[in-house]
Design a protein around this ligand. Sequence first.
Ligand code: DC
Length: 227
Amino acid sequence: MNIPDIIIAIDGYSSTGKSSFARKAAARFGFLYLDSGALYRGVTLFAREEMLINRLNKVNPALEKALENLDLHFSADGRLFMGPRCIEQEIRSLEVSSQVSPIAAVPYVRHWVDDKLHEFGRRGRIVMDGRDIGTAVFPNAELKIFMTASEEVRARRRYDELCAKGEKPLLEEVVKNLRERDYIDSHRETAPLRRADDAFVLDNSEMGFDEELAWIQGVIQGKFSIL
Ligand code: DC
């Protein structure tokens, strides 16, 4: 399939499989994949290590200045680095997951991440996933997708993911974390999670990767009149 140089913006709730889907779609179309959530997670890890967020999720305003010295970047294969250190594993821990939404609700943090995303996105032919890509970061993206799935399916996915990494989460904890994040992500003042009016909805509760890829190929063929 010969796809034009477009930006594909994928938004949606956490644990709907956005990044796996975005990664696979990018590989299929020869696009670059950018995980915006990873940047928010990277900032969260940084804030934790610098002790700029406390146990009650109170963010120290000194974080704004500290961000000037934070170097987050992706390797060619899409892993996130903080300076020379690969932080791909650490940013997926339950600790970081439970503090990332309050960090992502801070306006100057969103500004910092948006600047990075715009810089990365300048080249086109990218698939980017997050919560506000189609609504705030790239409102003119040529293709927008909004992903959703049932809470049960999402909690189970997250639970399996954490177990696979050797963590021993309680399913109730995972559900609680998911609900809290949904709430904060959709109710924050700056760029809350919402479906863009022109986004295609993908509910993958009962879909596998092959079906998802067939779905997006169908959408692209229809939208851009490609055979
Ligand atoms: O997709 P994820 O679970 O890795 O995202 C981590 C957090 O970052 C999520 O709770 C909301 C936030 N986020 C955001 O606010 N805007 C984005 N574009 C991407 C993520």
